[in-house]
Design a protein around this ligand. Structure first.
Ligand code: MG
Length: 342
């Protein structure tokens, strides 16, 4: 049972410290909604909704309306059972997964603080106490990681090869690379790119071809031994079921902002495991509240491969909330709840 005293919903503008270039955009800022829930016994929970127009149909406005609708439906000051609260969240966030993710983050933040435990332990007593995470070229300090993600697909092919070659030489032959093509290529170009990458230490290459072109993504796998990761192709449980049915993709990237509810994320991870594929959880370049929540979810779902959690200050004013990372290993913080402090 929980008694909610007050809910506030505010838009924020995350201003990036460094710029990240990708196939479709140059990332320099990110808008989000922050939901803050205060209970009558004095607990405060935070959640962040940061819509992903490339993934889902939702827009910044529809997410804001969904959050306001949820707030209006609750009688502030009344007791509500947790089961009933979860049903109410689902009812108000159909087709707006980032709103679902934000409200559940705030609720679980409160519930885990009430139980005096970190959020990941509240979700799963067997949660991992440390996580492997990857650095990102152009965004993070690369010296601190053993796996580096590089956005490619928008330079000419020779420049792409030179970049990976340079990074391989600089960070040593033990360093692994994740290449993200963000749907840049058609099948012939993708085949050629994969061939050129064979000489490097590549963990996997992400979304080489259009998200909806499952046939070509499948065909590509017959031309290469490098694992293919799917990211933009995955935006709900149905898309995962369809891809698994086709046996398309080796690595499945699950983004909480795009899937929405914590229980659906758990289902997604277990479906991917059952099909003997690799599940990865990553952030969506949102602000620190969403990234912290994603970190807890990765630990609770026991993701053992490198996750893209971006646990460095990528936007202004984030420093105080960032946990320590050594050599690409993040030790899960012991603070109660989400661990977000203003
Ligand atoms: Mg990606």
């Amino acid at each position: 049972m929980i008694r909610i005293k007050e809910i506030t919903i505010n838009p924020i503008f995350n201003k990036a410290i460094k710029r990240l270039e990708t196939t479709s955009i140059i990332h320099s800022d990110r808008s989000s909604w922050i939901i803050k829930i205060i209970t009558s016994d004095g607990f405060v929970g935070y959640g962040e909704a940061s819509p992903l127009p490339i993934f889902n149909e939702e827009t910044f406005d529809t997410v804001g309306y969904a959050l306001e609708g949820f707030k209006l439906a609750l009688n502030e000051g009344n007791n509500i059972e947790i089961d009933e609260l979860m049903i109410l969240i689902k009812a108000h966030t159909l087709d707006v997964p980032s709103a679902n993710f934000a409200i559940e983050t705030a609720v679980y933040d409160i519930l885990s603080q009430q139980k005096q435990m970190p959020l990941y332990k509240y979700l799963n007593s067997k949660a991992l106490s440390s996580l492997y995470i990857n650095g990102v070229y152009q965004l993070t300090d690369l010296n601190n990681y053993t796996t580096i993600k590089v956005k490619c697909g928008f330079r000419n092919l020779f420049d792409e090869i030179e970049l990976i070659e340079g990074l391989s030489n600089k960070y040593g032959n033990k360093t692994q690379f994740i290449i993200d093509l963000n749907q840049a290529y058609d099948l012939p170009k993708a085949i050629r790119f994969f061939k050129e990458m064979e000489k490097f230490n590549i963990t996997y290459i992400e979304q080489p071809i259009d998200r909806n072109n499952f046939e070509d993504l499948l065909e590509l796998s017959f031309h290469t031994d490098i694992p293919i990761a799917l990211d933009e192709s995955i935006n709900n449980l149905e898309s995962i079921i369809k891809l698994l049915d086709m046996n398309c993709g080796d690595v499945f990237i699950i983004k909480p902002q795009s899937i929405g509810s914590f229980s659906d994320i758990e289902k997604a991870v277990s479906m991917v495991h059952k099909a003997h594929k690799i599940p990865i959880i990553t952030t969506s370049l949102e602000g620190i509240i969403g990234r912290l929540s994603t970190m807890h979810i990765s630990s609770a779902n026991r993701i053992k491969n490198h996750c893209g959690l971006l646990m460095e200050s990528i936007y202004e004013d984030e420093d105080s909330n960032i946990p320590n990372i050594n050599n690409g290993i993040l030790d899960m913080p012991k603070k109660h709840g989400l661990g977000y402090y203003k």
